[in-house]
Design a protein around this ligand. Structure first.
Ligand code: G3H
Ligand code: 13P
Ligand code: ZN
Length: 315
């Protein structure tokens, strides 16, 4: 089963008012956990790798493991570069067999973001690869960049429509209140849904219909995982994510891709901490890595059923 692009996935997700999960992967255990949960739910999925993941595991290993997951499960999997910072990184992934790439030019000024994104789109489209871009700046940590809350800027709807028209990008990541990492909200968790509606309306007004929007920083930061980490020697305080009901609302609107990394990290860390503490005599990594894989699989199963609504999207 060959890897697929996100084109078909997003068309169906927009029509069906659900979203496809985009999970960050770095190793075999996370890839298996996600693929197995998706198989059990007949759900398509996006497996995405960051620049740090590429540095950690290398594009060849990541692609081979993701291809193995697609072959074993028969589900639709897109292999996606998350937050590609420049043309060369994006080109490396396209040339390495990725089916989707993100070029994140959100830190450039607007015209530079348009120009650089358009260059990536031209290269990617001529090779059958789809492109996600970003407009607006999210707060939080991604790769080595830490954006302070006061430097985050929400996406401007008029600019979003102009950007999509001029770049021919396939999907757009927007900033409406989420942030990367485990500490998303100090007070009440809320997203600017009026802005999301306005972005879609502006796109419709210029004849761009059913355009898929991407929500980064969409982990819910499960209390059980945080508490388990802390119970077994971790030190996480004040962690807070996006509640499931808020994500469900986003999925029913134009959001077709929901990015989650932190939730997988927390699940893996919680499971390993607990496993090592409860079985101190064990020194076989397969023991605690299997516990981690099981927890991640349960997590993805829950996301598909209770957040994304993507079960049976393979039909
Ligand atoms: O958006 C950022 C992702 O959570 C990736 O994080 O660069 O540490 O792999 P990472
Ligand atoms: P979280 O930190 O909320 O998991 O977001 C991950 C992400 O947006 C990756 O691009
Ligand atoms: Zn992100």
């Amino acid at each position: 089963m060959a890897l697929v692009t996100t084109k078909e996935m997003f068309n169906k997700a927009f029509e069906g008012k659900y979203a496809i999960g985009a999970f960050n992967v770095n190793n075999m255990e996370s890839i298996q956990a996600i693929a197995w949960a998706c198989k059990a739910n007949n759900s398509a999925v996006i497996l995405q790798v960051s620049m740090s993941a590429l540095k950690y595991a290398g594009p060849k290993y990541l692609r081979a493991m993701v291809e193995a997951a697609a072959e074993e499960t028969g589900i639709d999997i897109a292999l996606h570069l998350d937050h590609g910072p420049d043309f060369d990184s994006v080109k490396l992934c396209i040339d390495s067999g990725f089916t989707s790439v993100m070029f994140d030019g959100s830190h450039y000024d607007y015209e530079e973001n348009v120009a650089k994104t358009a260059e990536v789109v031209e290269y990617a489209h001529s090779r059958g690869v789809v492109v996600e871009a970003e407009l607006g700046v999210l707060a939080g940590v991604e790769d080595d960049v830490n954006v302070a809350e006061e430097n985050a800027t929400y996406t401007d709807p008029d600019q979003a429509a102009d950007f999509v028209k001029r770049t021919s990008v396939d999907s757009l990541a927007i900033a409406i209140g989420t942030s990367h990492g485990a500490y998303k909200f100090k007070g009440e968790a809320k997203l600017d849904f009026a802005r999301l509606e306005s972005i879609t309306a502006k796109l419709e007004a210029i004849g761009i219909h059913n355009f898929p929007i991407v929500l980064h920083g969409a982990s819910s930061v499960d209390e059980e995982a945080v508490n388990t980490c802390n119970e077994f020697g971790g030190k996480l305080s004040g962690a807070k994510g996006v509640p499931a009901e808020i994500l469900r609302k986003a999925c029913s609107m134009a959001v077709c891709k929901i990015n989650m990394d932190t939730d997988l990290r927390l699940a893996m860390t919680a499971a390993i901490r607990r496993s090592l503490a409860q079985k101190p005599e064990n020194f076989d990594p397969r023991g605690y890595l299997k516990d981690a894989r099981d927890w991640m699989q349960r997590l993805v199963d829950d996301k598909i059923k209770n957040v994304l609504g993507s079960a049976d999207s393979m039909k």
